[in-house]
Ligand binder design. Sequence first.
Ligand code: SF4
Length: 593
Amino acid sequence: MKKMLIINLNKNSYEIVETPLSLIEEYIGGKGFGVKLYQEYIKANTKPLSPENVVMFINGPLTGTLAPSFRSCLITRSPLTGTWLDSYFGGYFGQEIKYAGYDAVIIKGKATEPTYITINNDNINFHSAVNLKGKKVSETSEMIKSKHGRQYKIACIGPAGENLVRYALVSCEHMRQAGRGGAGAVLGSKNLKALAVRGTNLVNVNDKKGFLEAVKKAHQELNESPSIKSFKEDGTPGSIPYAQDIGMLPTKNYKYGQFEKSENLESKAQINSLWMRNLACSGCPIACGKIGRVFKGEYKGIISDTVEYETLGLIGANLGLSNINHIIKIANLCDELGLDTISTGGSIGFVFEAASKSNLDILQKKGLEFGNAETVIELVKNIASRKGELSNILAEGVKRASKHIPGSQEYSVHIKGLETPAWSPRGAPGMGLALMTADRGGCHQRAFPVSYEMGDDLWQGEQLNRLGVDKKAELVIYLQNKLAALDTLVKCDFGTYGISEESYRIMLNTATGFNLPSDYWQTLGAKIWDETRRINLQHGFERNDDYLPERFVKEPLPDGPASGHYISQSDMDQMLDDYYRLRGWDKDGRLNY
Ligand code: SF4
């Protein structure tokens, strides 16, 4: 029997229920399960930090099998944006949920005191987490493993989650995070410090021979892909020179698209600072993670994953920091305290610019300036603990913080309240549209059309005009549908650079016994996008929320090959009109079905 574990923290109780066959057949798993379960459990008026919000850890049908490069997802209502939130994490925690026998773990209610839960197959126990209060994520993980056994895989929050920082993350086995949108604050609001899971079940597939052949083909595709070769060698920092060349590297609160010291952020610089070995999520041959230890200087001894691209962009270039050891230290602090680095970098970049433009008392503190690593370190610590008026405001994210600073609207960079990623969209309107329409707010992982806009890939056999808006909506929809559909499995984004849609389909069919057709991904993806749109409309979002922040609309990009470009109001309106029409929504982005 396929099953789900439903935990009610109000009563420290749980039930194990059969996963409905109709849910599996119609929505596969992962994000697909998420949209249906969200509609069942989370009401339109549910406040994100109330006991009525629900957190769901969900797997896909290939999780825990030999299929390469899969992860897991966490679904809840975001306290940062108020939208639907799906946040993905690698590592080993999701697989362990599957080995414990569950397609999903659904957490409702609020515990009366700090709590953590152990799940050992069908043996579920609730424990006091009073002694874990205020602990960093590695300490939390270590204390639970010391007590219950090292076989347990841990998902936990740090002090930021306990203090309800709106962009607190959930750390999964320390080095992997469900980072975006503030799921850590939702766990904090439930008084839930950690989940510890251990499973001993095998994950069976329907057609073993067919499945193994499909897995072999997927490995072959990964081996032959030039993009995967680059991820294997350099990890995500390999994107720094690319973003710099095309002028999309967010620099100094997104004012610029190029950073004069970008070379210091490249993977070579990190190799020089850290001793390295590869770090992979369960069963992933790509191993994009690189772990190391700072072996000299002020931060000697810090053990860290190498800083990945998004963090290099937002904590490095966006804050004007170029000393890689400073960035490693700050990234490590964010990981340990449980803060999303993208939103942290976005919020601090915003306040640095505000300090240069506003006379407000709280901004008169010395050191609030780009390039000041000491101030960033202090702010990160204070944001996680909400210490002091300024840090308390920044812990709310850019959208809410800007309401405290008159005139800051023009440089407050977020979409639907989510601080944008390290792909500044001026010079790539399709990327702008992808950010505008992403279902969890300004996110680059729902569609990434940049390689098509730069001419590295052809769209339907044609080279697109980089700065034009024609055909950008159909491209974005195609990519969004594809990625949402593959998130039912739950794929790793990087795996999609090598594994073909056909291989994903055959792995799914042979694993489950389904007989899904080759056009299935677009159909399924479109259905999921309708449902996440329906959810966000019910939460009160509308067309007005689908626009870019002023910085990208009113200020021409000052540097790089697209210098002078901005995404005008009429460009945004044309792309949105095209996008809604092609999705079958009305001109206000509403579904009439
Ligand atoms: S590519 Fe990287 S993030 Fe993705 S599954 Fe593999 S190791 Fe994990």
